[in-house]
Structure formats: C-alpha cells, structure tokens
Design a protein around this ligand. Structure first.
Ligand SMILES: O=C(O)c1cc(C(=O)O)c2c(n1)C(=O)C(=O)c1cc(C(=O)O)[nH]c1-2
Ligand SMILES: [Ca+2]
Length: 558
C-alpha cells in the first residue's frame, strides 16, 4: 500500500488490474477493466456493500449546490475521490467497508469561481504521482497532497477566474508532469493546455488553442475586431496519451461567442478540434477541426480513445458533441471514418467521406452555411443535436476484445436564439459572452450506443428515458452506466440488455468504475446531481426537477 506511483506503473495498468490508477483507467482512455468476478451470469446479485457521505453540496456564485462528476481512483485498496469544490477524500476500502483516512479541503473561493463556472460546481477527479495526490480546484489551482498524511505539499495557480477561467477536469500525469485543461469558453477566455513539472511545481509549457496574430491558424479569424482575443477554445476534459510517440491527444471546446458565428468569420482554429501535441514541448503536431465556424456550441472536448486494430490501423476515436463519431489516423490526423451516433442530426447532410468535414463546409466562405443554423437572419432555430451535444463530457468505454465502443448518448434537439455580439460592448470580464442562448421546448432522452470500431458502424442502441450524463464502464462481458433519474445499471456487453439496476436516490452525473480489494471485485460510483443539466436543461425532463442534491459514494459487491 502507498507505494510510489511511477511512470512505469502508469504505463502498465494491466499489471495491476485490481487498481484504477488513471482518470480514464489507461492512457488510451479505454475505461475497460479485465475483471470478471462480477459478470453477466451473476450481476443480478450485485448489491450495496457500503456507502459514504461526502461534502461539497453547498453552492457558490451562480450555483445553488455542488454536484459529483468524479471518477474515483483506486490503489491497493484505497480510493481517492473528489467533490465538486475540489476536496479530496482518501478512503480505506479494506474489510468490506469504507473508512475515511483523510480529507484535504482546498478552501476553494466559491463565489469567485462559482460565478464563472458555466455548467456546475464540477471536479472530475484526481491523478496519482509518486507519493502525492494531484488535484485541481474550480478556482484554478493545481495541488499536490501528501498521499499518506493528506497535507498539501505545494500548490500553483494555473487558471485565473478574473479572466473567466476555471478548472473542472482531472489532471493527467505523464512523465513527472501534470497536464491541465481549462474551462471558460462561455466567458470569452483564450483557451490553453498547460504542463506543470511535478518535481518543482513550475510550468514547463503552455499551448494556447487560439493562435496569436501571425501564428499558423490566425488567418482563420477574419474579423476586424480581434475576435480571437475572446475566442474560447477551452480544454476542459482530460485527454489521452500515446507513449509510443510521446503524443497527447486533447479536445478543444467551442468558439466564443457560442451562437453568433458572424462575429467571428473564418474557421476559428483551433476551436472544436482534436489536437495531437508533443508531450515534452506542447507543440501541436496536427489538428482536425470537427465543426469549423461553429454556430451550435459543439465543443469537441470528448476524450480521444486510442485503438489499435488487427490490420495495423492506429486510431484516435471520438464521439463529438456535433452528433458524429470520428476515427482519425492518430499518426497524422487523417480522417478514417465518421458517422452519426445519434438518431437525429439536423445541421448537416453528413460528413464528406474523404475529408470528414460537414458536406456544407466551404473553406472559402467566412460564414459556414450549415443547415437550419441560428444566425443574425434566422435568430431562432431548432438544432439537433441540441447544444449539450450528442455526447457531452461523460466518458465512453472501449472493450478491446469485442472491438465495441460504448457511447453515453444525449438524444436531443433544442432551440437557439441568437443575440448578436457587439464589438467593444458585449464582452465584459466574468460575464457570459455567448451571443444568445438555448431553450428546451421538447423532451430529451438518451441511449447507450455501441459502435463496432473495426467497421465504424453502429452495433447496437439501447434507448433510455433520460440522457446519459455520467459515462460508461466496460468489463469483459458487461457495461455499466448511471442515469440522471438515479439508477446505476449493468448491461450485457453484446446485446446491451439491462441485467441489473439500483436506484441511488440522487441524479447520477459521474462515471462508474471498478476495483479489487482483499481479492474481491467492487463497482463504485459517486451520486449527487450536478453539472449543466439541472440548471440549463431541466425543462426537457421536468419530472427531474424534484431530484434533490446529495453527495454520496456508493460501492457495490456480490
Ligand atoms: O467551454 C467550456 O469551457 C465549458 C466548460 C464546461 C465545464 O467545465 O464543465 C462545460 C461546457 N463548456 C459546456 O459547454 C457544457 O455543455 C458542459 C456541461 C457540463 C457538465 O458538467 O454537465 N460542463 C460543461
Ligand atoms: Ca462550452
């Protein structure tokens, strides 16, 4: 127990299947555990083993309460979990019950940060490095905590809420560095990804997602009022890493202002893009932009899942908010396949099979002519997927044996109203800079959608009454997910048939994970409604308005 977490251990999570050492379980972001004590034959007997009440439910800024979106990490029988305000809890899971070892409360400035958190009091988890637990706070800090004692060893201020920057994603530890993404594209930030040296606490590199004047990509900001300065391009979901090429894969969020794309003529690189970066320098090796000159708020922040196929193809696959799943050649960013994974897509006829760009895309046009888009002429428009996207941040899972990839889907349309942004007037620090806003005139549902990665075809779709806002876990013959109505469910990995459910009593906005302690397999999930849904989208699921916030860790066993 409490052995140092070395780079070698992070590179070889398969050697310690009972642990869960990285946010997405491995650097390839598979969220697949080869543990089969709990399987399709016996999962119906899964029941609560123990629970633990956590804190962090209090509000701050524009938020009435905090929520839980974190993925617990597990190392040698100890769990490391966060609440929305960035408190870290070390829990001893030995002996069939949970015991709090320590809690590190970073004393987050709740009003300072909560006033510029677009989408909830969110913290998606920690990283492990050496003898430290590495975590983020909503008010922009990176913190290294002593794993044994819970004492803060050092901290660094990376993001600045005065500029509308906060941090919601989990850090990714690579080679003694913490990689951090930033949130704030709804507040006119200039997005970045940063690497901090964990030995010194000093910054190693910071790569901006919006090029400065004269840099490659700056020609895609064609306005005359310096729209790039408030161009968004947040990086708020933890990426993946390919050690063979020392490459980070990271997604970039929406351009700002979200809805008024006439304010920012041009493709607006590198918003809504997949980036491949050199892990040592932060240099951008290649990019692929999914929604150029986006008028829909389709952040491309989803994790890039790294998949090696028997035919030698090395892919980075992504389920984009714009409703399409993409497979890119991860060595060069070339488009391999793409297809809609949601039932309804209204904004494009489809992807060009050669380039992967939307059919309507014209590189010579400053304003892209997507179908039925909201703009200054048609100020009110219905878009599908709605602006939460076909999939938001909740992570997918990939079963490499079955070559099946499971997407937690939001099946939706919603209504957008454009309010043109005015140069020199509309942008104010710490205020929303969105150029309009959404409404929810119709019901929104969900699905587990399984994709055969070898063919790029949908292999199954299990429709769910509510959108999936928590994310997926895959084991050899099962998939698990959480529902905003409170249930955690287990499904057959091939047919998606529901085999088990348990209602936790609060909306689930966090991904399930699994671990082993004392030789026994457990499944864990954080329960506590949070995130964007219950403030901005609840009108599409009105009966969920009665859901009360909470803050609990649930752990299940046979
Ligand atoms: O552009 C951004 O910086 C940013 C950040 C976040 C976030 O950090 O949670 C969300 C979004 N955008 C966003 O567009 C969105 O729909 C969203 C949903 C959630 C959530 O936790 O439920 N966060 C965010
Ligand atoms: Ca966004």
């Amino acid at each position: 127990a409490d052995a140092p977490v070395t780079q070698d251990r992070l590179l070889n999570p398969d050697k310690e299947e009972g642990n869960w050492l990285l946010h997405h379980r491995n650097y390839a972001a598979h969220r697949f555990a080869r543990l089969d004590q709990i399987n399709r034959e016996n999962v119906k007997n899964l029941k609560v083993a123990w629970t633990m009440a956590l804190g962090g439910v209090e509000g701050g800024g524009i938020w009435t309460h905090g929520g839980l979106e974190g993925t617990p990490l597990a190392e040698d029988g100890f769990l490391y979990v966060t609440d929305g305000w960035g408190s870290v809890y070390k829990i001893d899971a030995h002996g069939g019950r949970g015991k709090l070892v320590w809690k590190m409360d970073p004393k987050t400035d709740k009003d300072w940060a909560g006033a510029v958190a677009c989408c909830g009091v969110d913290n998606r988890g920690v990283a492990l490095w050496n003898d430290k637990v590495i975590s983020h706070t909503l008010d922009g800090r990176l913190i290294a905590t002593d794993k044994k004692t819970g004492d803060v060893a050092w901290q660094a201020q990376l993001a600045d809420p005065d500029k509308g920057e906060v941090i919601t994603g989990a850090p990714l530890v690579v080679k003694d560095m913490a990689i951090t993404g930033v949130a704030g594209a709804e507040y006119g930030i200039r997005g970045w990804i940063a690497a901090t040296d964990l030995k010194t606490g000093k910054e190693i590199w910071r790569t901006y997602t919006i090029p400065a004047k004269g840099e490659p990509g700056s020609e895609t900001w064609q306005d005359e009022h310096n729209a790039a300065a408030t161009g968004g391009g947040s990086t708020w979901v933890t990426g993946s890493y390919d050690p063979a090429t020392n490459t980070l894969y990271w997604g970039v969020g929406n351009p700002g202002p979200d809805w008024d794309h006439e304010y920012r003529p041009g493709d607006n690189l590198f918003t809504d893009s997949t980036l491949a970066l050199d892990a040592d320098t932060g240099r951008i090796k290649w990019h692929f932009q999914h929604t150029p000159n986006d008028p829909f708020d389709y952040d491309s922040v989803s994790e890039k899942v790294l998949v090696d196929l028997p035919d030698g193809k090395k892919l980075a696959i992504e389920a984009d908010r714009n409703g399409f799943a993409y497979a890119l050649d991860r060595s060069n960013g070339q488009f391999v396949w793409g297809m809609p994974f949601v039932k309804r897509v209204s904004w494009t006829k489809g992807l060009d099979p050669k380039t992967g760009k939307p059919m309507e895309y014209d590189p010579n046009k400053p304003i892209q002519p997507y179908l039925g888009k909201p703009d200054r002429t048609n100020t009110v428009a219905t878009i599908c997927p709605g602006n939460m996207g076909g999939k938001n941040w909740p992570p997918t899972a990939y079963n490499p044996d079955l070559k099946l990839w499971y997407i937690p889907v939001i099946e939706s349309c919603n209504q957008i109203t454009v309010k043109p942004a005015v140069p020199g007037e509309s942008f104010k620090p710490r205020e929303f800079f969105t150029g309009g806003g959404p409404k929810q005139p119709e019901r929104i549902t969900g699905s587990i959608t399984a994709v055969d990665v070898a063919t790029g075809k949908i292999a199954g779709k299990l429709e769910t009454p509510y959108p999936l806002l928590g994310g997926m876990l895959a084991t050899p013959d099962l998939v698990f997910t959480g529902h905003p109505s409170g249930e955690i469910t287990a499904h057959d990995a091939k047919t998606l048939e529901k085999l088990w459910e348990f209602n936790t009593g609060s909306g689930l906005n966090a991904p399930p994970m699994t671990f082993v302690v004392d030789g026994k397999q457990y499944v864990a999930i954080l329960a506590g409604v949070g995130g964007a849904w219950d403030k901005w989208f609840i009108d599409s699921t009105p009966e969920l308005k009665s859901m009360q916030p909470g803050s609990m860790l649930f752990v299940f066993a046979l």
